[in-house]
Design a protein around this ligand. Structure first.
Ligand code: ZN
Length: 223
């Protein structure tokens, strides 16, 4: 007679019923064990996994499945196929694409180009491709030079780098087509060129403010 049957003896004298009650008790214990086990594993899970179980992103961010992320030299490249359904946008600068998004060889070394380079060779105006708010205006001497990061209302970010001049400030609202800066990047001629060898716009599209969320800008731009 096990401990549960002993307990069941208080309730009934029938041996058969005692056995049945003890099985029920064991089943109830297993059930609650599973429920509590699940609860504990949810509570101890990393915050992002936990929140993904309970909250649905309201479509502000573009939905990208974790499995779609590939890596190039340790840098995640996000498959941008979910974004192709979104409408397209005007080009930030009407020029020639001098360098595409993706892997490239720079100074004999493998490098990842997180945006596209568009060039006219002049200090031409650069527009905001969509409505939004200027999230960041900074000078990054080692790479981007003077750059703008804009959070767009449609749920993505754009970054415009190597600017010779910025017409907007952090926190400022911008509308589609508004001139936000001037093409730059000519060392010794334009201010704050960053890592640039000639005049061009380095243009990125990001799904969040984070550099790891960059996608190919051509997917968003008018053909
Ligand atoms: Zn570039």
């Amino acid at each position: 007679m096990n401990v549960f049957e002993r307990f069941a003896m208080i309730l009934t004298r029938s041996r058969k019923r005692r056995k049945m009650i003890s099985y029920v008790i064991v089943a109830v214990i297993i059930f609650f064990g599973i429920v509590f086990g699940a609860a504990i594993s949810i509570l101890t899970a990393p915050a992002e996994i936990r929140s993904s179980l309970f909250y649905r992103d309201e479509g502000k961010r573009i939905d990208v499945l974790q499995e779609n992320i590939a890596y190039y030299n340790g840098i995640p490249i996000i498959d941008s196929s979910p974004m192709s359904r979104i409408r397209t946008y005007p080009w930030p600068l009407n020029g020639t694409v001098t360098c595409q998004y993706g892997g490239r060889v720079l100074n004999g070394e493998d490098d990842f180009h997180g945006g596209i380079d568009i060039s006219t060779g002049k200090n031409d105006p650069i527009i905001s491709i969509a409505d939004g708010t200027v999230e960041r205006m900074q000078i990054d001497k080692k790479s981007y030079g003077l750059y703008l990061l804009i959070q767009h209302d449609d749920g993505f970010y754009t970054l415009s780098a190597h600017l010779a001049h910025s017409y907007v400030k952090e926190g400022e609202r911008v509308v589609q087509g508004q001139t936000i800066g001037l093409e730059g990047g000519e060392p010794g001629v334009d201010p704050y060129p960053g890592r640039s060898t000639g005049r061009h716009l380095h243009f990125e599209v990001r799904q969040t403010a984070n550099q790891n969320s960059r996608i190919n800008p051509l997917i968003l731009l008018n053909k």
